[in-house]
Design a protein around this ligand. Structure first.
Ligand SMILES: [Zn+2]
Ligand SMILES: [Zn+2]
Length: 214
């Protein structure tokens, strides 16, 4: 139970408790109460009834969060999926936020609270979702990965993920995904990929390819 700072999370969010958990995940459930402020916007204090499934392979597998209270309209404008799970962003973007300090509290503060703030703000004020950059569905993930890697097309992203899925020496001998015509090892784009190599092993990127192939 000391894993991923779960005890700190339970202390900081006293409405949450440990639910029926399995060998390969832990469920955190209850009333998730937060107070947050976004620059230029009012402070919001609100609560949601959540069930958070934390996979054992956290942070390489991102928690799956369900809103079980029915407070969030089941509507893609609120970035909620038909199965009640919240659309918090692409796996790689969430991993980037978590890689320095992979704890449930960082997940709550950096990934979950900003999303819930945006939901509360929209419920109270209408208008569009304030974090427009949050990915939605497959299209959102594609857009997000092209942006994170600074590439133009999904084909380039798939190829870059393939290179991240093999070791650096082998990857550096291959044509560069940025379409400069050089080998990866001869292009500055290798530095972009090396940054991503630092946050996850090649097996992670192989898995991403499996999940996000069209
Ligand atoms: Zn979404
Ligand atoms: Zn290049």
């Amino acid at each position: 139970m000391h894993k991923y700072g779960i005890l700190d999370f339970l202390r900081d969010y006293p409405g949450m408790t440990i639910g029926p958990s399995r060998e390969n995940h832990i469920i955190l459930q209850g009333i998730f109460k937060f107070k947050a402020k976004v620059k230029g916007l009012p402070e919001i204090e609100d609560s949601y009834s959540l069930s958070i499934l934390v996979p054992n392979r956290f942070p390489f597998h991102i928690p799956i969060v369900e809103e079980v209270g029915g407070k969030i309209p089941r509507d893609h404008n609120y970035h909620i999926n038909p199965d009640n799970t919240l659309c918090l962003g692409s796996p790689l973007q969430l991993l980037k936020k978590l890689n320095k300090n992979p704890t449930i509290n960082v997940f709550a503060e950096e990934c979950l609270v900003p999303y819930l703030y945006a939901v509360s703000f929209k419920l109270q004020n209408g208008g569009s979702f304030i974090f427009g950059e949050l990915a939605h569905g497959q299209k959102g993930i594609i857009d997000d990965y092209t942006q994170l890697l600074g590439l133009g097309t999904w084909e380039q992203v798939v190829y870059a993920l393939r290179l991240l899925g093999v070791n650096k020496r082998l990857a550096n001998k291959q044509p560069c995904p940025c379409k400069c015509g050089k080998r990866l090892g001869a292009c500055n784009f290798r530095k972009v990929l090396n940054q991503y190599r630092q946050i996850a092993p090649s097996s992670y990127y192989k898995e991403q390819l499996q999940n996000f192939k069209r």
